[in-house]
Design a protein around this ligand. Structure first.
Ligand code: ADP
Length: 304
């Protein structure tokens, strides 16, 4: 039995149903999206746990029940009596989605505030997955605690996988974001950035430059996603490969493209696939996810 922990924030998602006065309620968040696709891509010989924090209120119960109903372990979702989960609301106007967030004081911002609980969550896991969003929502002290816990986990042979998921709006300023993201990469075995964001915030000339930069910061392997363009893989021995991704005829909604790619890739790699086949599995799954609306597309995995 293998065990994966995904660390981060899951939020309530409110969206219009088309009926006046009726909203629909779902749950999503980058690390939760990846946990969801990992759970649905892997067999029962893998346990997928979510590591986060929620409140003790009805809304938090609803989120935890949702995770459980998807087969995701919730033993390491800490329950804090004075907090609740973050929420966002999606409006669709002329085909463009825009988001309103209530997350500044969410319970998940305390997910790393108890280092002993963090170490218990990591104990016995094979792989820990986290992101730049996980890092962005924490206090400086908790960022350090999480990096230290993951460094310790890696030192004992655990695999740390990090998606930088650059979101400057969650940070005080871009310079702070860049500094912490590099510290995170330093404790990560595999880094999974998306080129467009990296070029914008780090000025990388091409995907190879992104890969080499993260390796220079300490990541052993890097896979750079780039929308419909090639995926670039940089391995631990200095090798660099490029793989094309299948074209998607009707791109409906690119939400969770990167999150689902990561899950498809990791599930295939954990099942023993070659790098090339694991990248293909990630790209196939992401292709299905962007062909439908929403972050969590139940049919995407079975079709893959
Ligand atoms: P993110 O969601 O992090 O911005 P990307 O846009 O780089 O991630 O996309 C992640 C993966 O999703 C890509 O590597 C590719 O496999 C797939 N993908 C995204 N956009 C497209 C597209 N327009 N056509 C085909 N595949 C795509």
């Amino acid at each position: 039995m293998g065990r994966i922990v995904s660390i981060g924030e899951c939020m309530g998602e409110l969206s219009e149903t088309g009926s006046p006065g009726m909203l629909s309620m779902g749950f999503a968040g980058d690390t939760l999206n990846t946990a969801y696709y990992l759970r649905h891509s892997l067999g029962e010989d893998w346990q997928v746990d979510y590591v986060s924090a929620a409140g003790t209120d009805g809304l938090s119960d609803r989120m935890v029940d949702f995770l459980k109903s998807e087969g995701i372990g919730t033993d390491h979702v800490r329950r804090l009596a004075d907090k609740t989960i973050g929420l966002y609301y999606i409006t669709l106007k002329d085909g463009e989605r825009s988001f309103t967030y209530w997350r500044n004081d969410s319970a998940a911002r305390r997910l790393a505030s108890d280092p002993a609980a963090l170490n218990r969550a990591l104990e016995g896991a094979d792989l820990a997955y986290w992101s730049g969003i996980t890092l962005a929502i924490l206090s400086n002290q908790d960022r350090l605690a999480l990096i230290e816990a993951l460094g310790h986990f890696a030192g004992k042979g655990g695999t740390v996988v990090f998606d930088p998921n650059l979101r400057p709006r969650l940070w005080d300023n871009p310079e702070t974001m860049r500094g912490w993201v590099h510290r995170a990469a330093a404790v990560s075995d595999l880094c999974l950035p998306s080129f467009e964001d990296e070029a914008t915030w780090f000025g990388d000339a091409d995907a190879a430059a992104t890969a080499r930069r993260y390796q220079a910061e300490g990541a052993r392997r890097v896979i750079v996603k780039n929308g419909a363009d090639d995926v670039t893989f940089a391995g631990g021995s200095g090798e660099l490969f490029r793989f094309s991704v299948p074209s998607v005829e009707h791109v409906v909604d690119t939400t969770a493209a990167g999150d689902s790619f990561n899950a498809g890739y990791l599930a295939a790699e954990l099942n023993g696939a070659s790098i090339e086949n694991a990248v293909a599995a990630g790209a196939r799954l992401a292709g299905r996810v962007i062909g439908a609306r929403g972050a969590l597309v139940p049919d995407a995995v079975t079709q893959a």
